[in-house]
Every structure is written in structure tokens, then in C-alpha cells.
Design a protein around this ligand. Structure first.
Ligand code: ZN
Length: 109
């Protein structure tokens, strides 16, 4: 089952608090750099890999975070449209077959 919070296919990067929240709530921690300033995460649903980097923000109380997606979504743009068109054709064919099956006993009677 795919996590409804998964936005790995639509978001390429996040900054600040939403970045940390997204990583902790949805992603799986793979590795933390020895210097402690970056970490590698991956999505349990899509397998997308993410890199999280921390950098000390001057004048801010908390270090800033940045989350960057390392993988591109597998399906190229336009695939979703083509798939929905194929599904529509499938529905149309099914409807024709069902209509034919319903109509046949009436015709032979
Ligand atoms: Zn995800």
C-alpha cells in the first residue's frame, strides 16, 4: 500500500522545516554522513532517493535543512495521459461487449 503522504514523484526539493518533517514522516533513513551535516533517505513506496543537507543559518536558532531528490520519476511526461486514454478505450470496448451480451437474448427472442 502506498503512503498517501508520498509526494516523491511531484516534489524535487524542499527547504526548511517542511523538508525535515517530510523526511521523518515519510522517508526511510539510509545513511548519515560522518560529518553529521547530510543524510541519505529513500522513499519506501517509490524507491526515490533523497539527500538531506543541514547548514548552520547565521542569525537563526536552528540549522536550516534542505531536501533534494536524487532520482527522476520513472515515467516520462505524457505517460499518465496515454494510460488514461488506454483505460478509456478499455471501458468503451467493455461497454460495447456488455451491451451486445444484453441485447442478444432480446434479438433472438
Ligand atoms: Zn515517497
Amino acid at each position: 500500500m502506498i503512503d498517501p503522504r508520498c509526494r516523491c514523484r511531484t516534489i524535487a526539493s524542499l527547504e526548511g522545516d517542511p523538508a525535515g518533517a517530510y523526511a521523518r514522516e515519510h522517508l526511510r533513513l539510509d545513511a548519515v554522513a560522518t560529518d553529521g551535516w547530510s543524510a541519505r533517505w529513500s522513499c519506501p513506496d517509490t524507491g526515490m532517493r533523497w539527500r538531506e543537507t543541514y547548514f548552520p543559518a547565521w542569525g537563526a536558532h536552528d540549522p536550516q535543512e534542505r531536501l533534494e531528490r536524487l532520482d527522476r520519476p520513472a515515467s516520462p511526461p505524457g505517460t499518465a495521459h496515454r494510460r488514461s486514454w488506454t483505460r478509456l478505450m478499455g471501458i468503451a470496448i467493455t461497454a460495447t461487449v456488455v451491451a451486445a451480451l444484453i441485447a442478444e437474448p432480446i434479438l433472438t427472442r
